[in-house]
Design a protein around this ligand. Sequence first.
Ligand SMILES: [Zn+2]
Ligand SMILES: [Zn+2]
Ligand SMILES: [Zn+2]
Length: 235
Amino acid sequence: MDPELYSPRFVAEMRHLMTHQKSPEEAQGERDRHARSEADHRTSWNADRTYRYTRGMKGQTANSTEQTVRQWDPARDTPIPLSDAELLDIAEEKVQRRNATKHSASLRKLAKFYGSAERVLEMQFYQAAQTRVAAWRPNDRSLGRCERCCAQDHVDVEHCLVSSFAPPPIQPHVAGNTNLRATDHEPFDPARDPLCQMCNMRGHRQRQCVACTGCGRWGHSFNQCESGFARGPHR
Ligand SMILES: [Zn+2]
Ligand SMILES: [Zn+2]
Ligand SMILES: [Zn+2]
């Protein structure tokens, strides 16, 4: 994957996905699971002599599944607390183990999309765009893509090569000014060329706008899609 092909915002979203930021619900769920397993531990500890022995050999006590004491046999020994240095070592090892687990979780997530980080980004882009389409919300114009065809090498319909007659039909406007025709820089007649609120182009009403099944955005159909996405026509 080449991150330079994507807008900064796109890359930021990818990073978010890969850095495992937990939602409040996920964090709460994790705390609940932990509390349950600690309670189970206390129950088993009190009920089961073999359990006490195996957990004691891991330096655990009745109160916690964390290692806080030297290996001990609860039937015979008094637990000896670990020194600060020993506790630090254990904490460090734990962080390393956790990082390794997180890393492999990332890889699994990627493998789901045929090992392609690019595919993950495209899927996110598509889903975000489709969510807007389903809610009759306009395209996200901050993504640095052509308002007409979704290409990355240009952003203005004025510079787009897709035919104005392709669905939805449009009249190209001057870059950054939807009130002026790109062809002669004269003002539009709003009655003849209404401004579509979804794709932000003139020449059709929003009810006539078309959403692409390749990239998910308003303003063109699948056959005109220049997103370059794997599910688009030009790959
Ligand atoms: Zn274009
Ligand atoms: Zn439109
Ligand atoms: Zn498209």
